[in-house]
Design a protein around this ligand. Structure first.
Ligand code: COA
Length: 198
């Protein structure tokens, strides 16, 4: 697949016009401000706490090395969402990408998450990835509903897998999307373009 996305691009949502653009080192302060306002519970799906400046700096380093592609959703100059597409080309899963995303509490339920998810999905298609995974705590109903509506299915439950700052553990659900298989099915029905346009 060769689809390429150009950024920045503007998307209309119920939260108003949102600019989507690729994240870079210049965005560090804006993203830190965004991350520090998020409820800690909403960060438990991430391997590390991005509200800590050191962790954020390491993330940007991974973007610079090409291991993560991150998109920002920006409203009137303020970051209201961000996503990451994580790959490891040196692992046994070079064909797999992990999607991570989070949206500001004050704009949730207005379509920003869906638009960000679709953009990130499109990036994964453009990168030729064959499978996507996503993980979240089991109580993140909106996230689960959003990814299931895009064809992701539950693949694993990791019990007591993360521990919050109060010492309480939470279960993690892993959802997967086998893009290659879905695309093969669509081609069998004569709809090869449908996945790329989603
Ligand atoms: C998941 C998340 C990014 C969604 O962002 P959002 O901007 O609220 O998403 P949207 O408004 O585009 O809603 C997307 C879908 O989520 C579902 N949804 C939204 N709010 C919901 C709620 N309160 N309860 C159940 N489902 C809900 C709906 O299915 C909605 O689909 P629709 O477009 O048909 O209405 C946001 O809730 C979030 O940041 N959660 C915490 C972080 C997290 O767990 N991330 C998942 C790991 S990748």
């Amino acid at each position: 697949m060769t689809e390429t996305r150009s950024y920045p691009r503007d998307v209309k949502t119920d939260a108003g016009e949102i600019e989507f653009r690729l994240m870079s080192r210049e965005d560090e302060a804006l993203v830190l401000n965004f991350a520090q306002k998020l409820p800690t519970h909403d960060l438990l799906f991430l391997p590390r706490n991005i509200s800590q400046p050191k962790v954020l700096s390491a993330w940007i380093h991974e973007i610079e090395r090409g291991e993560i592609t991150s998109l920002l959703a920006v409203k009137n100059g303020r970051v209201v969402g961000c996503s990451g597409l994580v790959r490891d080309g040196h692992s046994w899963s070079p064909h797999v990408g992990e999607i991570r995303m989070v949206v500001s509490v004050d704009v949730r339920g207005q379509g920003v998450g869906r638009a960000l998810c679709q953009e990130t999905f499109a990036l994964a298609l453009g990168a030729g990835l064959e499978k996507l995974s996503v993980q979240m705590t089991v109580d993140q109903q909106a996230a689960i509903a959003l990814f299931e509506s895009l064809g992701f299915k539950a693949e694993a439950l990791l019990r007591d897998h993360v521990r919050d700052l109060d010492g309480k553990t939470h279960d993690i659900v892993v959802l997967g999307h086998n893009i290659a298989r879905v695309q093969a099915q669509l081609e069998a029905f004569g709809l090869p373009e449908a996945v790329q346009k989603s």
